[in-house]
Design a protein around this ligand. Structure first.
Ligand code: FSX
Length: 319
């Protein structure tokens, strides 16, 4: 069975390229298998532009974008990694350039605005691209923002799809390939469009809190909290924001189902949420407001329950 070729145009703005590195670590499915066509219905994907891994460079790379702009690569999915700056704050210079021609600078903003007009879908990969992420953190001198704010919640692609966000700093590689893969299936009419939450995240990945899938959640319920790094217990006392963050990592693992922040004993920083990295996610290693009280309440309630249970057992003569 053959499918219409889908082109992917991957732009990078204000980011650290961690999202691309993460993509290369995908395994379920692996990006290599997708690009090599090993997975039938998700085959015939052509990565026509990616600043880190494409072969053309300089004028040749700019020429690819100009051909995309003219419609020579329709249909294409526009992927953005990294945030979008506010070029009006750059004075006589510019913040973010993607190519030049005859001394004229092409900004990231130029390509995003131009290519979004004909994109079959627009996907923000990483928290920077989704909501602004680290570059958007206070005081945000470049006016960094995400694709969702840039195009707007009401924006629709040529296929009628809204911006799709895959947050995480970075997102695990599998979240990227699974989201893009499900989108390809939807574009080909083989699966429904992934349902999104209010922040345009696919619900099948981001529908639950990190805490819900955390292997340490039992310690939370029992009132056992780590006081120092390296202990096995719930790390909410070390600043974990897993109760506030919709993140699949504790359940999905990180690479090949292994790892993930809280699984390995690191507090969740809340990087999949729109407000990251500002409050309430900062300071990263300080418990969120109310956690110490919650801890005390949990211990008191549990202590009370255990006491009542013991009394009942003792009073009832055992059994
Ligand atoms: Fe942002 Fe991508 Fe964080 Fe980095 O480039 S989501 S800084 S890990 O990787 O955009």
């Amino acid at each position: 069975m053959s499918f219409q070729r889908i082109n992917v145009v991957w732009l990078e703005g204000q980011g650290c390229t961690g999202c691309t590195i993460s993509l290369t670590n995908s395994s379920m499915p692996a990006i290599a298998d997708i690009l090599l066509g090993v997975i039938g219905p998700v085959s015939d994907i052509n990565l026509v532009f990616h600043p880190a891994v494409m072969l053309p460079w300089g004028d040749g790379a700019v020429d690819v974008l100009k051909r995309v702009e003219k419609g020579e690569y329709d249909p294409f999915v526009l992927v953005l990694e990294g945030a979008i700056p506010d070029e009006s704050k750059a004075g006589s210079g510019f913040w973010c350039m993607v190519g030049e021609e005859d001394g004229e600078v092409y900004t990231l903003n130029y390509w995003v605005d131009s290519l979004a007009e004909r994109a079959a879908a627009a996907v923000a990969v990483g928290s920077c691209a989704s909501y602004g992420g680290i570059p958007h953190g206070r005081p945000n001198p470049t006016g960094a923002h995400g694709l969702l704010d840039h195009l707007g919640k009401e924006w629709r692609s040529s296929l009628g799809l809204p911006v799709i966000c895959i947050p995480g700093c970075p997102p695990a590689g599998d979240w990227i390939t699974q989201s893009l893969g499900s989108l390809v299936l939807a574009v080909r009419g083989l699966a429904p469009v992934p349902e999104l939450d209010e922040h345009h995240r696919p619900k099948f990945l981001f529908g639950r809190l990190a805490h819900d899938n955390c292997p340490r959640a039992g310690y939370y319920s029992d009132g056992n909290f780590s006081e120092e790094f390296g202990e096995d217990y719930c790390v909410v006392t070390l600043g974990c924001k897993g109760l506030l963050s919709h993140c699949p990592a504790p359940g999905s693992g990180w690479i090949n189902h292994v790892g993930g922040c809280t699984t390995m004993g690191a507090p969740c920083l809340g990087c999949t949420e729109p407000g990251f990295p500002d409050e309430p996610f900062s300071p990263f290693l300080k418990p969120p407001e109310g956690v110490v009280m919650t801890k005390t309440v949990i211990r008191r309630v549990l202590g009370g329950l255990y006491a009542a249970y013991s009394l009942q057992k003792g009073g009832g003569g055992g059994g």
